[in-house]
Design a protein around this ligand. Structure first.
Ligand code: FES
Length: 151
């Protein structure tokens, strides 16, 4: 697929896919989900404003760190006139997701550091679980890996 010229104002879906590195099917999915938008030509073909590239990049980055698509859409919906985020918008978005990212990082660090020990999931499959979680006593405190959830 042809890479769009730098000064091309509108891109075909193939050009958007080529430049963004995102499959056409994923772009169609994003559009159905209201994350990106296009206009139709007289021949009923989609044309995307060039700045959709930044929206797509933002969606991919947010997805990569685990932000759900619905949250990404909510954040993008708050931008006036559905515009593509500029520097200020991006700073606000990252602030908004910072607390959530901090929590995820904390959970991942816990997993990394405590994965070799009993996590209180009810499996009792590690020999230490019988000492650390005898008779699955932690199950009385609720569902899931109680030690990870409660720490
Ligand atoms: S690891 Fe599952 S109960 Fe201990």
């Amino acid at each position: 697929m042809e890479t769009p010229k730098w000064n091309q104002a509108e891109l075909t879906v193939g050009q958007l896919a080529t430049r963004s590195g995102v499959a056409v099917s994923a772009l169609h999915f994003y559009e159905r989900q209201g994350l990106i938008s296009s206009r139709r030509t007289a021949g009923n073909q989609r044309r995307y404003r060039r700045d959709m590239l930044r929206r797509v990049a933002l969606i991919r980055i947010a997805q990569r760190v685990g932000i759900p698509l619905a949250d990404i859409r909510d954040a993008l919906d708050e931008l006036p006139d559905g515009r593509t985020p500029g520097r200020r918008d991006w700073e606000q978005l990252s602030q908004r997701w910072r607390a959530e990212l901090d929590q995820r990082i904390h959970r991942l660090q816990q997993l990394r550091d405590e994965f070799s020990d009993c996590i209180g999931c009810g499996c009792l499959s590690i020999d230490r679980c019988r000492l650390a979680n005898p008779h699955d006593a932690l199950g009385d405190r609720g569902a899931g890996p109680r030690r990870l959830i409660e720490s």
